[in-house]
Design a protein around this ligand. Structure first.
Ligand code: DGY
Length: 323
């Protein structure tokens, strides 16, 4: 029997690319150039599976390929808001993602942003590199203490819990959260996490707010101008989930007005474009969507796509089916 034909839309770590060749007739993307919508549409007409990622916008138009050959979208990422799930279902496509393996690396990165913005690490680094540093002095670049402060978590799923664990156990932070589907009591106890009934309640009490909600239509601009005004004046906003959960224009205005003290962002509304209003600010830390970017995690993510696809083509249920 011939092997299923699969296409990988971006470069993956070498060893996973090599592993793909065993069960599949694989087309790799050695140049790592993002595929155009027309190329993606062709891919759905030509291959049995498309291994996509967050930079591929798989909308109804891409999925209108006729005839459609693909039966599986193996998304390299836990988030799958790049895929129009209703359109995929309408064309009988199975969709899988890569949960769990990136929880720790993404939580580590959320803490990196939180610590960096509180302690002015980006600003300090730029200061040293520019040659402007004239030496230690008691009032130089004073930041904000993290230990013992209150962290508000919006979305206490896997990644939100991993952040809470680090913050509570490592930095003795008090943890508040909002989540319409909270974890069970035993988990909350182990994290020392206190529920709040609304996002607004969390915003009003937290010194740091970290967003870990999924990018659903309901969560679009969840953090908007009104809600930014509800944050404490010295508070910081951290977003390592998805860019469109925060209204970037409203955030720029809030930073200009001093409504909040700063922000740490790994994700943006129109990646890779970043609002100019953020680029020239010292009190924001900006990273290029690095949440899951460790060698270990990216290899594990690729292996998950592989595992899901092997199960699918063997006629079994893929472990991480989302549609
Ligand atoms: C994900 O998995 O959704 C990340 O944002 C990409 O690493």
């Amino acid at each position: 029997m011939s092997k299923p034909r699969v296409i990988v839309t971006r470069r993956w770590p070498e060893q996973v690319e090599a592993a793909l060749a065993e069960p599949f007739d694989v087309q790799l993307n050695r140049d790592d150039k993002a595929m155009s919508p027309a190329d993606l549409r062709d891919a759905f007409a030509t291959y049995d599976a498309v291994f996509s990622t967050v930079t591929d916008r798989i909308d109804a138009d891409v999925l209108s390929a006729a005839p459609l050959r693909a039966r599986l979208i193996g998304n390299f990422g836990v988030g799958f808001n790049n895929i129009d799930i209703a359109a995929a279902k309408a064309r009988d496509l199975v969709v899988t993602n890569t949960p769990d393996v990136l929880t720790d690396s993404t939580a580590d990165l959320a803490m990196t942003l939180l610590l960096s913005v509180a302690r002015r690490a980006g600003e300090g680094e730029r200061h040293v590199r520019s040659g402007a540093w004239s030496g230690w002095r008691p009032t130089h670049m004073m930041g904000t203490e993290v230990t013992g402060k209150t962290l508000g978590i919006i979305g206490l799923g896997r990644i939100g819990q991993a952040v809470a664990r680090r913050a509570h156990r490592g930095f003795r932070m008090r943890i508040l959260f909002f989540d319409p589907f909270p974890p069970d009591e035993a988990v909350l106890q182990s994290l020392g996490a206190e529920p709040r009934a609304t996002v607004e309640e969390v915003l009003g009490e937290a010194d740091f707010v970290s967003v870990h909600a999924p990018a659903t239509p309901e969560n679009h601009h969840l953090i908007n101008a009104e809600r930014l005004k509800m944050m404490k004046p010295g508070a910081f906003l951290i977003n390592s989930a998805r860019g469109d959960i925060v209204d970037e224009a409203a955030l720029c205005q809030a930073l200009d007005a001093g409504t909040i003290a700063g922000a740490g962002l790994d994700v943006f509304e129109a990646e890779p474009r970043v609002s100019p209003g953020l680029l020239d600010r010292e009190n924001v830390v900006l990273l290029p969507h690095l949440g899951s970017a460790t060698r270990e995690t990216r290899i594990a993510m690729g292996n998950k796509v592989l595992e899901n696809a092997i199960a699918f083509f063997a006629g079994a249920a893929p472990p991480n089916r989302v549609a």
